[in-house]
Unconditional design. Structure first.
Length: 138
């Protein structure tokens, strides 16, 4: 499903749509090139869920935890992961198989560790700089 040729101003509405689309699925994978807008979209989604902390990419820790309104959110950035064993070491299962939201940048780094059910969010940068954001589920 194509959500929009998203500009920054449209992200709050897009975040809301993605959350509705996810339903009971709590694991969302964010695909898109470096600079496509994954972290920015996740920030909008966290705001939609009531997070008041500053949302930035967890560059040093791989995973950041935020408190939304009555729900926990884990934000992963696997870009710097060297291998899938590192995800095992950080205890990814504790996060993935909790009731918390998991927003995951660079899921390509953990192809064998993805759960059975997830929502895939893909961000594509158009030549004019706008974004096409598509969502589907596995
Ligand atoms: N929907 C959008 N439309 C236009 N610019 C955007 C959009 N989303 C993000 N950006 C801009 O793109 C840049 C990179 O975004 P970022 O979220 O850090 O990308 P990523 O996490 O995919 O590497 C930022 O400067 C941000 O302001
Ligand atoms: Mg990022």
């Amino acid at each position: 499903m194509l959500l929009s040729a998203g500009s920054i101003e449209q992200l709050p509405a897009i975040a809301s749509e993605i959350i509705s689309f996810a339903g009971n699925t709590r694991i969302l994978l964010f695909y898109g090139d470096m600079g496509a807008g994954k972290t920015t979209l996740i920030k909008a989604m966290c705001e939609h869920l009531g997070v008041t902390d500053v949302v930035t990419s967890p560059t040093f820790s791989i995973v950041n935890e935020y408190a939304g309104a009555g729900q926990k959110i884990y934000h992963f950035d696997f870009y710097r992961l060297k291998n899938q064993a590192e995800a095992l070491d950080l205890g990814y299962e504790e996060y993935f198989y909790s009731d918390a939201w998991c927003f995951i940048e660079w899921p390509e780094k953990i192809p064998d560790l993805l759960p059975e059910n997830y929502v895939r969010v893909n961000i594509q940068v158009m030549p004019d700089g706008s974004r096409h954001i598509t969502i589907d589920r596995n």
